[in-house]
Write a protein that binds this ligand. Structure first.
Ligand SMILES: [Fe+2]
Length: 302
């Protein structure tokens, strides 16, 4: 094998070292990389990609890439990459957290938790880090399931939860980070109907059970009274958001982080609005539906 793996702090995810750009062309190496990704869920490649081409070459080892449906999010000349930056001004809301004006804060979530088919994973490449803030965190939600007590596992194994598309943090029902919004709300998004997913996903490749709690999106448990449902979700979040299930990445330029979106949540800490941050991202297409669109009569009142 033409690379080495090392546990990340807390034994959440791995770092891969010793990988040359040339070896990515070797099918056996690509297969071994994919196997490591599926086995560990969260993977750091320290200073691995110094160009969009390098990010693409690495990304292609893990599956088919998704082109972002909205052209203005794409990196010019690279339709399979997304550009995430405030270089030409803020692209997302700015919040005041204890006097700090923060851009790009996104609480714990799973990508496309509001859709029926989540993407399989994604890769982020740090092009320009900020001096302050800007960390990205991941939670291994398969580990969180494994360490849940057996009584709770049995209680929740067959439940479904409702998830909404939620561009505004102010509307989060659980684990809302607070803060004061400094920029006006925008109404520029298409309508996404509510979906229901199993509260406990079965990973389509490993068969492992995974807690599916995307805090940005979850609204309640299907068929459960609201007070009981809220209490259960809060209990599960208190368990899942424990630091021992988290890996928080302090970025260096040209680092790449890869994750399995079907067994993790991630969050962006955000950064001071007057510092420029540039990130490129590729998305690994999902092919397995793990949720369903809710009928009108099934949608929660909230
Ligand atoms: Fe995300």
């Amino acid at each position: 094998m033409s690379f080495a793996t090392h546990a990340l702090p807390g034994d959440i995810g791995i770092a891969i070292t010793g990988l040359s750009a040339a070896s990515l062309q070797d099918p056996a190496t690509a297969a071994a990389l994919r196997e490591a990704w599926i086995a560990h869920g969260i993977v750091l490649f320290r200073r691995m990609a110094d160009s969009p081409e390098a990010l693409l070459a690495l990304s292609r080892c893990f599956g088919e890439l998704e082109v972002h449906p909205i052209p203005r999010f794409r990196l010019e000349g690279y339709p399979e990459l997304i550009l995430l930056t405030n270089k030409n001004g803020p692209t997302g809301p700015i919040y005041d957290f204890d006097g700090a004006h923060i851009h790009g804060r996104i609480p714990w979530h799973t990508d496309l938790a509001f859709a029926t088919t989540p993407n399989a994973g994604a890769l982020l490449r740090m092009v320009q880090r900020t001096a302050h803030g800007g960390q990205t965190g991941w939670i291994d939600t398969a580990r969180a399931w494994d360490e849940l007590d057996a009584t709770t596992q049995a209680r929740i194994a067959a439940l479904e939860a409702v998830y909404h598309f939620l561009p505004d943090l102010d509307d989060m029902r659980f684990n809302n980070p607070g803060g004061t919004r400094l920029t006006p709300r925008k109404d520029e998004y298409p309508h996404f109907p509510p979906v229901a997913h199993p509260l406990v996903w079965t990973h389509p490749e490993t068969g492992r059970k995974v807690l599916n709690l995307s805090t940005l999106n979850i609204r309640g448990i299907v068929g459960m009274p609201e007070d009981e449902s809220d209490a259960l979700i809060r209990e599960l979040l208190a368990h899942t958001l424990q630091p021992r299930f988290q890996y928080i990445h302090e970025w260096e330029n040209d680092d790449v982080m890869l994750w399995d979106n079907r067994r993790t949540m991630h969050c962006a800490f955000g950064h001071p609005v007057d510092e420029v941050r540039i990130v490129q991202r590729s998305t690994l297409r999902g092919s397995v539906a793990m949720g369903r669109v809710l009928g009108e009569h099934e949608a929660l009142a909230s």
